[in-house]
Write a protein that binds this ligand. Sequence first.
Ligand code: FMN
Length: 161
Amino acid sequence: MLDQQQFRQLMGRFATGVTVVTLAGENGAPYGLTVNAFTSVSLDPMLVLICIDKKVGGYELFKPGRGFAVNILAEDQEEISNRFATRDADRFARLTYRTGVTGAPILDGVLAYLECRITRAYDGGDHTIFLGEVKAGQIEEHKSPLLFFGGRYGHLATTER
Ligand SMILES: Cc1cc2nc3c(=O)[nH]c(=O)nc-3n(C[C@H](O)[C@H](O)[C@H](O)COP(=O)(O)O)c2cc1C
């Protein structure tokens, strides 16, 4: 039998990139959190998924029809990843960003971003799986990605990309 800690350790062997998912918040105040449960799903139509813990502070903002942006972090954005994963941090302070077509913040200096509209929500245990239809996106910087592996940040050993 596998316990939760072993499951977490096993899943940590699966290397991922790191994103910050942002939305326009209530009263114009933006919201965002660090997310590595992000996957492309379909090309036609263009769909991605994100898995969001039902306990996150901005959970109620994730509703069908709402826009969100997936900001793919560069290797020099570890501090941003930590900030968007820390409760009560003033996440957008000292950050420069612009507002995308969905109203979601696009962070400066990211490798790339996708803007999506939530089309479906599926129950996923203590998380909810949100399917997003991709509306826009762009490669922003030709830098190396921030990686997450074994519960730690990592960097590509090669500079080729
Ligand atoms: C590398 C990394 C990846 C994460 N991936 C996810 C994720 O995919 N889904 C999620 O709900 N939380 C994820 N988290 C945790 C949230 O970013 C964190 O709990 C955040 O503080 C939640 O926002 P809140 O403080 O507004 O509740 C991740 C954290 C880190 C450091």
